[in-house]
Write a protein that binds this ligand. Structure first.
Ligand SMILES: [Zn+2]
Length: 495
């Protein structure tokens, strides 16, 4: 049993490792700061706008009469123009009529038509004037109403913007982050698949902390056969190269000597707000861009004298960088609970399988060698079915129990605690011997427990550590978590 349990413990990690992972997966970004600056600037602008609004309103109040007068005047002018037009027409018609009448030579001496027409013209003018008097205040009112509704709309829009800003308190839109697989595996002493699993847990969380992306090679190295002059010439024409140079901290003098450029391409693309794939494509294309070649012989061969290499396979994901400390803690809690629940439910399932098989097995082979035991067969089938049906619920149950325990700040005892027989003095002696032999290593309690259980891990591979039979698998009989806690205490005492 302890032999099989080893495999379950291999996937569990310390909280310190989880913290390291969270720190690496959610690097802090400047978005919040920038957003605050932007908001301050906006607020400043808004205030100015509001001031302007008020000034306008005041001006409108004080100048309302003037406005009315101006509107009236405008109408008066319009009316006058219309009247003039009409009058001109009338005069024209009048003249022709007069001409006609002159031709007729006083056939009708009482020519009142002209006078009558001018009278009617006056009445038209008067009616138009009365209209204009009626119209002018309503016009001013509509102008006023329009202005007010405009300012109300403006205020509404501002409020909307503010509320949406408050609702989506996550300012950061997320950054693409690449963690170099080898280095993170060594740093966390956790296998790649376990880290990938943890990232998937974060992705499946209701708040979807991260978005896992395809693994990429995150380091780009560009070699210029033409040396520094070519590097400079290319940087002036190709934006990613220029950005990479500005990202590199090396001073200009140090740079002059070098003809190679190495930079984290994912970080660069994220910083510049570019998509990763086109940037990589453009960088790769530099190799065949003959216009960049300094040497003619190279350009004739279709090469540019630039060598582009991508290295360091990395885990790639998108995550926000503006998590508050409490959010970071809750992410750590979530991962820790998840891992613990997984370990506990797996141990229970292992125990369940063991007990089940034991319950249907016979103590001697001859007891079941002759005939098939139908009852045991049915029972076993039933057990296997229930095992697979319950497997998900077990983890959920454990998760709920752990969440409850966390709220009450209690710890749940291990499901297997049979340490009565353990001689802790011998364990303590072995720990001290281990520390004495490998004094150049900084062990953790978990690492020591793993060595004593013979559990392979990236920092303590079985090929290397398994050779030392003095410690490897020495205390397989001691429950792993008790051994881990004891080793941690011993390590503290030893320092
Ligand atoms: Zn950000």
């Amino acid at each position: 049993m302890s032999e099989l349990r080893r495999h379950v413990y291999a996937n569990t990690v310390d909280r310190s490792a989880i913290k390291k992972l969270v720190k690496r997966a959610f690097p802090r970004c400047e978005c919040k700061k920038l957003h605050e600056q932007l908001e301050n600037a906006n607020r400043h602008k808004d205030n100015e706008l509001l001031d302007l609004d008020e000034a306008c309103n005041d001006a409108l109040d004080s100048n309302l009469e003037a406005e009315l007068q101006a509107v009236e005047l405008q109408h008066q002018k319009d009316v006058d123009a219309r009247v003039q037009e009409l009058r001109d027409n009338k005069v024209n018609t009048g003249e022709t009529e007069r001409f006609d009448s002159a031709l007729k030579l006083c056939t009708d001496p009482s020519e009142n038509s002209n006078f009558a027409k001018s009278n009617s013209l006056d009445s038209v003018k008067r009616s138009v004037e009365s209209e204009s008097v009626n119209e002018s205040p309503t016009d001013a009112q509509t102008v006023c109403v329009d202005f007010k509704s405009d300012s109300i709309e403006h205020a509404d829009r501002q409020q909307d913007q503010r509320s949406t800003q408050e609702n989506s308190h996550r300012v950061c839109g997320g950054h693409e982050i690449a963690m170099v697989t080898d280095s993170i595996v060594q740093e966390l002493d956790l296998r790649e698949e376990s880290i990938a699993t943890l990232l998937c847990y974060l992705e499946l969380h209701p708040r979807r902390w991260v978005e896992v992306l395809q693994p990429v090679k995150s380091t780009c190295t560009i070699k210029f056969y033409g040396g520094y002059p070519q590097l400079r010439a290319v940087a002036q024409r190709i934006p990613p190269i220029a950005a990479a140079i500005s990202l590199n901290n090396t001073t200009a003098t140090g740079f002059k000597k070098s003809s190679t450029l190495t930079f984290p391409v994912v970080e660069l693309a994220d910083k510049m707000g570019w998509d990763l794939a086109p940037v990589c494509r453009e960088l790769r294309a530099l190799q065949w861009n003959t216009s960049l070649a300094l040497d003619n012989s190279l350009s004739n061969m279709g090469q540019s004298g630039i060598l582009v290499e991508f290295s360091d396979l990395s885990m790639h994901h998108r995550a926000p960088g503006d998590l508050s400390d409490s959010e970071r803690d809750s992410v750590c809690d979530f991962l820790e609970d998840r891992i613990q629940a997984e370990e506990r439910s797996q141990l229970q399932q292992l125990q369940f399988v063991y007990d089940s098989l034991k319950s249907v097995s016979c103590s001697e082979f001859w007891q079941c060698a002759d005939a098939v035991d139908e009852d045991a067969d049915k029972q076993l089938k039933q057990l296997v079915r229930s095992y697979f049906e319950d497997s998900n619920d077990k983890t959920k149950e454990e998760l709920a129990a752990l969440a409850k325990a966390r709220k009450g700040a209690k710890s749940i005892p291990s499901s297997i605690t049979r340490d009565d027989h353990v001689n802790w003095d011998i364990v303590a002696r072995d720990i001290r011997a281990l520390l004495g032999v490998h004094h150049d290593h900084s062990f953790t309690g978990r690492a020591v427990a793993r060595i004593f259980h013979g559990i392979d891990s990236p920092c303590y591979p079985a090929e290397v550590w398994g050779r030392d039979r003095r410690f490897w698998r020495k205390h397989l009989d001691v429950e792993f978590n008790s051994l881990r806690k004891f080793a941690t205490q011993e390590l503290i005492r030893f320092r």
